[in-house]
Structures are given as C-alpha cells and as structure tokens.
Design a protein. Structure first.
Ligand code: SAH
Length: 263
C-alpha cells in the first residue's frame, strides 16, 4: 500500500470542501501521525503537573481490572497511553478518573472503562495484534492512540475539522507511525483501507451503515453504539461470518450522535 501523506483528507471530503488544500500528486488521503513529530516528549512540558507518573495510570488500570477488564493486551495499552495529554488543561486533574470528559465542539471523550470494554470486544481475545482497524470518530485522538498498540494500522475518521486538527496535534509528539488520521464522513467508512479486521465507532446512529459491513473483512467484527429506540443507546457487536452477519445487542451506553456530512 502506498504510504499516506499530508494533508489528512479523504477524497470524499475534498470534493465537498472548498477550497481544497493543494496535494502534490493528487493521491494521498491519510496523514501518518508522527512523521513530523515535535522534538518534545509527552509529559516533558511545564503543564505536565506530575500527571505523566506511571502510578496514576497503574491506579486507573487496577480500577479497570476490578471492573472486569481482563485482556492483557488491552490492559497494557491502557496503561501505556497518557490520557491527560488529550484533555483540556482545565480538566487534566480528572484525566485518570472513570469519567467521560468534554473535548470541545460539543463532543466527549469516553470513560476509560467504556474504551477498554469496547477494545476488549473488538479484539475477541486475539493472540496478537489485530490487522487494520477503522475508527469512526477520532475526537481528541485518545482511543486511536490506545488502538495503535492493538492493531497493525489504525485509520481514524473525524467529521469535525477542528477536532481532526486537534487530534493530529495531540498525537504528534507520541510518534505513532501506524495511526492515520482522516477528515471525512465516517458513515461512508474508508474504502481505501478495506478490508478491516475490525471497525469501532465512538458515535451512535440509528443503524450501522452498510458501508462498514461491506468494508469489514470476513471474520471481522464491528463494535458500535446504536440507538435502541428513542434516546436510548446500546452497544452492538456485529460479526461477519461465512454464515452471514450476526448482530448482538449488549449493555446500554451513552455516546454522542453519529452525524453525516462534515463540520
Ligand atoms: N474516540 C474518541 C471519542 C470522540 S467522541 C476519543 O478518544 O476522543 C465521538 C466523535 O465522533 C466526535 O468527535 C464526533 O464528531 C465524531 N463523529 C460523529 N459522527 C461522525 C461521522 N459520521 N464521521 C466521523 N466522525 C463522526
């Protein structure tokens, strides 16, 4: 596969936004995060306030384990990523609490235990890393960073330009060459990266878009919140098997809405 380049924009998005940024050869669609990494290491700045201490993440991990998160790969990934680097300065002291937090533009970062639960479901207890994974709803980029430890490649789509830019900024110093940020409408998936071993959505719609099922590899899994009638949402797992597509509805959840188009 051709190595993606800047700027991070999907072809569909290019067609709908004007003026489009110039692209050197007309082909690139995804940004490779970290390729222009800043020289500073995460947590080294004056705002770090000791929040980069591994002890804080270990405490979060103990809580997650007590809540039933048992997949060692997910545990290790959650223990590795510094969540405070992704939240607003005014809220960093809550970064390792089990709480969802606002990330601007009316959106929120999910609770750590919801992130861990979904990633566990996504992995299905796999022995090693998943292959290519598509994430719908980059938000601040936190979950994409956790996913970077669990998948060979992560394609993450965001429809709000300001958040897409913020995620790129947040992820830059982490130097994660396998994370590709895309600006576009995730309801269309990202056909160029398909087939995906797994697809995870951080925003809930009325139904799971057909494009996601089409772009999922055989044997792959989608984990997404979905409206279960009215304002209620539930976590849904969709498995693509040779016998057909199987849906399971799990526990109630609360996610921001999946919206079409760009903002
Ligand atoms: N995983 C994120 C959570 C972000 S909240 C994190 O770790 O921060 C969900 C995000 O989904 C929001 O940023 C919202 O803008 C985005 N979203 C909603 N509908 C979308 C769509 N159709 N395509 C792409 N992103 C979408």
């Amino acid at each position: 596969m051709q190595r993606p380049r800047f700027p991070a924009q999907m072809p569909e998005a290019r067609n709908r936004t004007s003026p489009a940024k110039p692209i050197s050869n007309g082909k690139p669609t995804a940004a490779r995060v970290g390729s222009r990494a800043a020289s500073t290491m995460p947590g080294a700045g004056p705002q770090s306030l000791g929040l980069d201490s591994p002890a804080l993440r270990q405490r979060m991990l103990h809580r997650l384990t007590a809540q039933g998160v048992s997949d060692p790969h997910v545990q290790a990934a959650m223990a590795d990523v510094q969540r405070h680097l992704f939240v607003d300065t005014a809220l960093v002291n809550q970064a390792y609490e089990d709480t969802s937090l606002p990330i601007g533009f009316g959106q929120t970062i999910s609770k750590p235990n919801v992130v861990a639960r979904m990633l566990e479901l996504l992995r299905q207890g796999a022995a090693g890393r998943l292959g290519r994974v598509l994430e719908i709803g980059t938000g601040c980029g936190y979950q994409a960073a956790v996913l970077s430890h669990l998948a060979t490649e992560v394609y993450s789509i965001e429809r709000i330009r300001g958040l897409h830019d913020r995620a790129r900024e947040n992820l830059r110093s982490l130097r994660l060459p396998n994370v590709h940020l895309l600006f576009g409408d995730g309801m269309l998936g990202f056909a160029k990266g398909a087939p995906y071993a797994a697809i995870i959505a951080a925003a809930g719609g009325e139904s799971v878009p057909q494009a996601w099922v089409e772009q999922l590899a055989m044997g792959g899994r989608i984990v997404a919140p979905m409206s279960a009638g009215g304002a209620k949402q539930a976590l849904v797992v969709i498995d693509k098997t040779p016998q057909g597509v199987q849906h399971s509805v799990l526990e109630p959840v609360q996610f921001v809405p999946l919206k079409s188009g760009l903002a």
